[in-house]
Ligand binder design. Structure first.
Ligand code: SF4
Ligand code: SF4
Length: 162
């Protein structure tokens, strides 16, 4: 089964924050969030729906599971909002967020409700630069161009995790 994921080409991103705003509009708590590096680079951090998800391994309640499209989703009924925040600390991309609304963790579900209606994740549709791609994991190689890698490395140099 193919697994869906997101890919952001940081070489195309202009740091406009549209993705974070639209995610907040759709989900109340945004699951994609902007960082500003010490050099002034603005970039969104996001969930990779990893093939080998460290967040799921760290969750002792089994609350992080894959859906039919391969998206790694948070089963809110199973999440106990543990104070250890194991999942949050385990993610190498800082993609899980603490929230004080409802369940304690907010996580990208690749816009599950929109997918069920045959729509794309909202950030993919709204990014004015076409920087966000909703793809099968096998397509990652094609999108990881030299420019995209260079921009990602630049971001990585300035923040500790991604
Ligand atoms: S909407 Fe697109 S260009 Fe704007 S910050 Fe997000 S990824 Fe970058
Ligand atoms: S939350 Fe982090 S570890 Fe879990 S699937 Fe997303 S990027 Fe991977």
């Amino acid at each position: 089964m193919s697994q869906k994921t997101l890919f952001i080409d940081y070489s195309k991103c202009i740091g406009c924050e549209t993705c974070e705003y639209i995610c907040r509009f759709v989900h109340d708590t945004p699951r994609i969030h902007m960082v500003r590096t010490t050099s002034g680079m603005m970039a969104p951090l996001y969930c990779r729906h990893c093939e080998d998800p460290k967040c799921a391994k760290a969750c002792t309640k089994g609350a992080l599971v894959r859906d039919k499209d391969g998206a790694l989703i948070l089963q809110t009924m199973l999440c106990r909002g543990c104070t250890t925040r194991n999942c949050l600390l385990a993610c190498p991309y800082a993609a899980l967020l603490e929230t004080d609304k409802g369940v304690m963790i907010a996580k990208c579900d690749l816009c599950a409700k929109r997918r069920h209606l045959g729509m794309l994740p909202a950030c993919v549709e709204m990014c004015p630069c076409g920087a966000i791609h909703y793809i099968d994991r096998e397509e990652l190689g094609e999108l990881e161009t030299a420019e995209a890698k260079k921009a990602h490395d630049l971001l990585r140099k300035h923040i500790s995790n991604p």
